[in-house]
Design a protein around this ligand. Structure first.
Ligand code: DGU
Ligand code: CA
Ligand code: CA
Ligand code: CA
Ligand code: CA
Length: 194
């Protein structure tokens, strides 16, 4: 039996994956109220903490998303889905490379990917629906992040990439399917709309 689809795990302490691989086999992981309520309140805890190149795959984050996934020292996500993003979906907490292959995120009242540290970020074939900002470097901070977004489907959002930093940028590669998204990039002094 290689699938745990339909299984729901209620998480009341962040699951730490340090340098290894965690395969959820399609199971859902949802935050208990001990981690937060999935609102826009800051200071909620994550469901997963990924460290030092860890891999997270075949996981659905359930409808209390709390503070989602925190990444320290880089990580790879494959086929990770957020049913209802909480405060945000994933935060880069310390420098490293982040690769996100496939997966999806729905219902982000604010941001999906929150970038709080220098990083190279590659997001391929991701689907996002109902969000304000798909990728955002931390407000007002001089973060150096190089973001590549390849392919994917983006709908009913406000902005794909936003930074206040002079040393962060995004590249779009391949064919993206974009519907109902107002702004492609918003840099400090320039805004490019669709
Ligand atoms: O500005 O640092 O939104 O990681 C205030 C905070 C804010 C962060 C960020 C996050 O930028 O909390 O969720
Ligand atoms: Ca927020
Ligand atoms: Ca926040
Ligand atoms: Ca939400
Ligand atoms: Ca957050």
């Amino acid at each position: 039996n290689t699938t745990d689809k339909g299984k729901v795990n209620v998480v009341d302490k962040p699951i730490v994956v340090d340098g290894t691989e965690f395969d959820g086999k399609g199971a859902t992981f949802t935050a208990s109220s001990k981690l937060g309520d999935g609102s826009q309140g800051e200071g909620q805890k994550p469901i997963f903490i990924l460290k030092n190149g860890a891999t997270l795959k075949n996981v659905t984050i359930g409808d209390n998303g709390a503070d989602g996934v925190h990444v320290y020292g880089g990580a790879t996500l494959k086929n990770v889905h957020w049913k209802d993003v909480g405060e945000d979906a994933l935060t880069v907490k310390s420098p490293g490379d982040l690769n996100v292959i496939g997966g999806s995120a729905y219902q982000a009242a604010d941001k999906i990917f929150q970038v709080n540290a220098n990083s190279n970020i590659y997001i391929k074939d991701f689907k996002a629906d109902r969000f304000l900002t798909f990728v955002r470097t931390n407000g007002g901070q001089p973060i150096t992040s190089n973001v590549t977004i390849e392919g994917g489907q983006f709908s009913n959002g406000k902005t794909l990439f936003r930074t206040d930093s002079k040393t962060s940028e995004v590249k779009f590669v391949g064919n993206m399917d974009v519907q109902g998204v107002a702004t492609k990039v918003r840099y400090r002094d320039e805004k490019t709309s669709f």
